[in-house]
Design a protein around this ligand. Sequence first.
Ligand code: SAM
Length: 240
Amino acid sequence: MSWHATVLTLFPPMFPGPLGLSLAGHALSAGLWRLEVQDIRDAATDRHRTVDDTPFGGGAGMVMRPDVLDAAIGCDDGRPLLYLTPRGQPLTQDRVRALASGPGVRLICGRYEGVDQRVLDVRGVEEVSVGDYVLSGGELPALVLLDACVRLLPGVMGAEASGEDESFSAGLLEYPHYTRPAEWRGHVVPEVLLSGHHGAIAAWRRAQAEQITRARRPDLWRRHVNLIDLPGMDSAPAGP
Ligand code: SAM
């Protein structure tokens, strides 16, 4: 059975969208993963196919009804059920890796002001955010989450790009890349990369990854330092 994604949305035509192209698209055609798109509106029971209502307590906007969303979710099938929301836990590569190694995901895309809290509580939904900004719907976040998972599925990336060496894989941001020409606008490629000395190249890349992480993401750096517990290592945020 291939990895199975179900997306609950009010805008089914937004899928597969970019996931129908390139790596994810080829993998979809090859059956390495499966995408099911479910229109939440199909679960509405009135003739206007209403899915939302005004918020209790007043305020702007509309809220997705719990009864309609619950009916759209249907039976639990063992796959994690996630709601994309700015209020959720930030999505991390660790969580992506765990989701990619499971049977698949079911994703709820919010619209309007969001969804009625009771359906999230009753269904034990995991709330996930793709960043500290507000988008108009959960569809783009769902595409982001699916893209991040699908590229890790067996057979999706070539052996030459296994994902083991990327940003976050060892808790660090990635080192810089260079390709031909070796000199461009007077800028030369770091000499060590032309040396053919694999040990020296690995050490240089590691040092670059550490330096970039320390300068750009003190939060990741502190975590990395704590995990590897380097004696005498300064874990304070570094300046640029
Ligand atoms: N009222 C909500 C709030 O302040 O947190 C924002 C609602 S937003 C306009 C509509 C929907 O977009 C949300 O229900 C959620 O599904 C999705 N969304 C917006 N930003 C998101 C983010 N950063 N991460 C994940 N989902 C997001």
